[in-house]
Ligand binder design. Sequence first.
Ligand code: G3P
Length: 217
Amino acid sequence: MKFFVDTADTQAISDLNDLGMVDGVTTNPSLILKSGRDIIEVTREICGIVTGPVSAEVVALEADAMIAEGRKLAEIAENITVKLPLTWDGLKACKVLSGEGKMVNVTLCFSANQALLAAKAGATFISPFIGRLDDMSLDGVELIEDIRTIYDNYGYETEILAASIRSINHVQQVALIGADVMTAPPEVIKKLASHPLTDKGLEQFMADWAKTGQNIL
Ligand code: G3P
């Protein structure tokens, strides 16, 4: 499963990228706000750090304006993925921009039927939001499972990009189902390395090692 980092924090992206943990980056208007930076400038910087797809989201709501914004964002770098909302206008823009050979990430997906439409419109990625469904006591992980089944039934090549990942359990669950990609905040990705038994075991080893009185170097 590919790991995308869900942030516009260039330092955090760079740190994870140095470890080989970054296959791509996703941003959205809220993350641009959080960065406090200009969208074009920060997106260009991110594209210079990672070689994989970098999602930059349009903010227009009407198809023609979305297409114009998407074309402008795509000029930033070759690895830009134009992010479009899953509305009827977003699907129209997806059809046009993917037809031009641009990578497209259709976002704010909350149902399997929406994901089916995005695949038919030529999306490169579909972004179902797991955490926000869980927030409403619905099952976000089940949505990933349904989309996997539907895409496999018909051989759609659109990649399932599990988004709104809030916990390490989400990561494991979507990996088991076979999501192609997951995007998570840097803190969630770092937490994947943690286990209380690792900490406990290391503590014991260090205590015993001290008793040997030895040094390796
Ligand atoms: O990639 C979408 C993601 O940024 C949404 O996450 O936690 O705001 O639901 P969240």
